[in-house]
Design a protein around this ligand. Sequence first.
Ligand code: MAN
Length: 560
Amino acid sequence: MRTKAVITFAFASTLSTSFAADLPRPRGVSPEYAKYYKDASSFACIFNPSITLEASQINDDFCDCPDGSDEPGTSACSHISALSPPSAAISDSTLNNTAALPGFYCKNKGHRPAYIPFTYVNDGICDYDNCCDGSDESEGIVKCEDKCKEIGTMWKKAEEQKQKTLNVAMQKRRDLVATAARLKLEVEEKISNLKSMVQADEIKIQEAENNLVETEKREKLRAITAPKTGGRLGVLVSLAKKRTEDLRAGVLKLMQEKASAEFRVKELEGILEAFKTEYNPNFNDEGVKRAVRAWEEYEARGRHPADDHVAQKEMEDLVQDDSEHGLTWDDYETADRDTDSLYLIESYLPPSARDWLRQKYADVRVFLVDNGILPAVDNDAAGESKAVQDTRTHLDSVKSERDGHQSDLTNNESDLTKNYGPDDVFRALKGECVNVESGEYTYEHCFMDKTTQKPNKGGMDTAMGYFDRIEFVNVDEGEPADGKGLGSGERIALRYENGATCWNGPARSTTVILVCYEINEVWKVVEEEKCIYRMEAGSPAACTPEGSRGASQAAGKDEL
Ligand code: MAN
């Protein structure tokens, strides 16, 4: 088995068959070059036609032409061939400038024709990888049977399988593109709805602001024109009324207690009077005699109550209702304008003129308050009225609704201008996650979002980067038979940055290189440098619109 690089390079899959394939041509010559060898008697070196040789010098295993064109079927001029494995002895410029032939041409009937390096010719190794007909070995060192039928059949089968996979992948890509278009439309619709909502919110805000101004004005007016009960005189009157009521209640209570005490005194006086009349004076009891004497002295001073009918009358007067004395508190409580000249004037006016005057007075006051000439005394005392508070709360709520819609709008607008790759295809995969276990971790790739490293034995997840941009990278890797590899060429990559900071190192970052494949899969994760990761993955989104494995930058340029 030759090295991968040489074989890949030697594989001439695009060989044209439109040339005169039926021209007789020497061994190792492709139809493309047959025209140079059609003269049966002589041969002119392809790049150096001034040098002519005998026809018999073709493939005589001796290198005559400086461009090696006289030895298409041997390895005699292999040092000139561009397909020969590079060696220190032959510089690139020598190769590029002088080699006329691309290599030894294997017809590979039943399979695909191919060029192989001239060094592989007659080297004793059957080069079935590229020369399945065994024509590279003609000198009998080794016998290479023609395996093209078998190899060709296998190859065809593999190709058919690959094509099938590609077709599936391409269909899935088309579906993704359709989904992406629908999602984009949804975003556009959302934007248009949100724009209308923000506009409506602005109107609502304007209305609520006007409403607030009006309510504040109305409340001020109401506070100014409303009858006041809390003015100085009003407060004094209320206090006096309360005090009078308390005193009246006190007097009443005293009167009741007095009546009860009088009743009990009378009862006692009756007992003592009976005692004096009924006691036995012959019974020489000093205590009884003393008590009778005391009673006689008490009675001589006059019994209770002595002349208190005046006090009783006064008390009865005191507990009478104030209105009985012509005192109506309400008149004084609601009339705190006694010092206000307006209300003095008012009293001389008819009711209609009084209203007009009151309105004018209120207007002037509102004006003076608005302009800071008078303090808004009434509102200050009571704080903001409920009506104003409610209107302000409503204004705040419509404003916050507008802010929410505005921020949604900004997010959707920025989403619409975001690069989602060729045909917007990655929009359809946004947030979709794929996992793969590798070593002690499970790695997760969430499209257009983030990459994460999850320890299999428990512990915290580590952010390996957040989506930053789409890039195109060139790769040159093998392509496994199962198609789960990057292959060679330009590939689309999703770049994730600013993950968790590495101890003593950079913030973690990941490049996810994608290749066209029928499902979303992560095949391989490598930590290329400390905390700098690379994922190799398959996705239908990575197919080119034309149906090849690697997304090319040019294909998606219009959309970028
Ligand atoms: C963790 C993992 C590794 C990384 C080291 C760096 O173990 O994230 O991938 O190399 O931290 O300290």
